[in-house]
Design a protein around this ligand. Sequence first.
Ligand code: C2O
Ligand code: CU
Length: 546
Amino acid sequence: AKIRHYKWEVKYEYKSPDCHKKLAITINGGTPGPTIIAQQGDTVVVELQNGLLTENVAIHWHGIRQIGTPWMDGTEGVTQCPILPAETFVYKFVVDRPGTYMYHAHYGMQREAGLYGAIRVSLPDGQIEPFSYDYDRSIILNDWYHKSAYEQAVGLSSIPFVWVGEPQSILIQGRGKFNCNTSGIASGLCNATNPECSPYVLTVVPGKTYRLRIGSLTALSALSFEIEGHNMTVVEADGHYVEPFVVQNLFIYSGETYSVLIKADQSPSRNYWASAKVVSRNSSTPNGLAILNYYPNHPRRNPTASPPIGPIWNDIGPRLAQSLAIKARKGFIHTPPQTSDRVIIMLNTQNRINGNVRWSINNVSFHLPHTPYLIAYKHNLLHTFEQNPPPEGYDSANYDIFSVANNTNATTSNGAYRLKFNTTVDIILQNANTMNLNNSETHPWHLHGHDFWVLGYGTGKFNGSSDPKRYNLVDPIMKNTVAVHPYGWTALRFRADNPGVWAFHCHIESHFYMGMGVVFEEGVERLGKLPNSIMGCGDSKGHHSP
Ligand code: C2O
Ligand code: CU
C-alpha cells in the first residue's frame, strides 16, 4: 500500500462556473477540487491550509468509514474543532475499500460555496472488478447559488425566515450555464465565450465502454442524470457492487455515488448531450448540460439534437422503482444480521420553534455543541451538551403524516444517541407532510462511519408489525446515503462496531443547518488518545493530552 500525499490550500476566489461571477471556495485554485486517486489499503494524507482569512473550515471524507481514526472524519462539532484561518490541519486516513467516494466541507454551509471533490479508490494491482470497461471517469453533479453560503445561512436562521429558494444552475463537473436567455426547463444553452463556463466535455472513443463514477453533492436538488441516446448500466452504489440493471436516466440524491457503464455505440458522426434535471421539487432551475464528445468530432460542437427534457418532477413512481431495483451483486453479498437489538424510529418533520423554521426528528431539532462530541465523551466533558437522549420514536398512533405539521411542542437539543458497542441497530426514517399543504420532500440521509443495509422502502406510515416481515434480508445493498421518499419510509440496519461519534443527517445543506440530523456515540471508551490537532475549541481548550 502506498501513501498518497496532497497539499491543499483552501481560499476564496472569484469564479464563474455558470458564467456568473461570485466568490467560491477553491482548493489549489479549483472547484471542484482535485480528485483523490488511490488504491484500496493506501493511506491518504491531506495537508490542508486554511487560507479563508476570516472563516474556519473542516473537510469530511464522505463514504470513508475512518475505522480506527474517527478523529479524521472532518465533521466540525462532532469529531474535531474547526481549522482556524491560517492554520494547517493534516488529515490522514486509510481508504480500506475500493469504490467511489467524495469529500466536502463540513462546517456551516461551506460545501455549497464550492469546497468539494471526488475520491476514487481502485482495487490493488492484479485484482479486477466483476465488470469490464476501457476507461474510468469521475463526474460530480452539484447545484449552484449566486448568493453566498453565509448569506443563505443567515437567512435560514432569521425571523422572518428567508428560504434559500431554488438554485440558479446545475453544475456537471463544476460547469454550468446561468440564464442563457433561452426559456423552458431544457434550456441552458448559450453562446457565452467565457471558457470557465463552457460545458464539461467527456470525450469518448467509438466502441469503447466507460465507467462513469457519478456523485451528487447538491445543496438541495434531487437530480435525474441521462445521456442522450445511451443507456446506463448501474454497477456500483456508494462503494458497493450492484446487481447490474439498465436505466435511461439515473436518479441521484445528494451524498450518493454510482458507477454506471456506458458504451459509445451510437453514430460517431456527432456529439450527444448529457443532462441533469431537478426532480422532486417544482424547480425553475434549467437543466445542467454537458457534452459527450465522440472522437474525432470537435469537442465544442453542440449536439444536433435538442437536449433531453428529463422526467416529470413530481412522479415518485420511477424514483421509488430505482431505489427498489438496487440490490447487492451476486457473489458480493454481505448478508445482514437477521435481527436487530434496537429499533429507532425517526419522524422527519418541519416545525416552527420560537419563530424559526426548523426540521426536527421526533420533534427534536438538532444543533451542534461548541465542544466536539468525540472530545467531550473521551475527556468526560459531559456538561458541554445535553445529556437527555433524543426520543426512540414518536407517537405514531396519533400522528397523521399526511396533514400539515403542527408540532408546537418541538424543541431544539444537542443530545446524542448512545449505541451499545457491537450491537445491531435499525433506523426507520419516516417522512411526513411539511408545513405546506400537500407537500412532502425527499430527504437523502447520510451516515458517517458506517455503511448500512437498506432493508426496505414503503409508502405511508411504517407499520411496526407487518412491514419488517417484508424486509430484504437476503441481498440488500449497503450504502452510506439513502433517500426517504415523499410520504414514505426507509428502513436501515447497521452494526455499531466503529468506535467514535458519528453524524447521521439529511444531506441537503440547508436541512442539516435547520436541525435535520442526529449523532450516534459508540465505543468511545475503546479509543486511544485523541490527537491534539482536533482540540482547542469550546471546553476542549487546555485539554491537550500530555
Ligand atoms: Cu457528505 Cu455529513 O456529509
Ligand atoms: Cu432533508
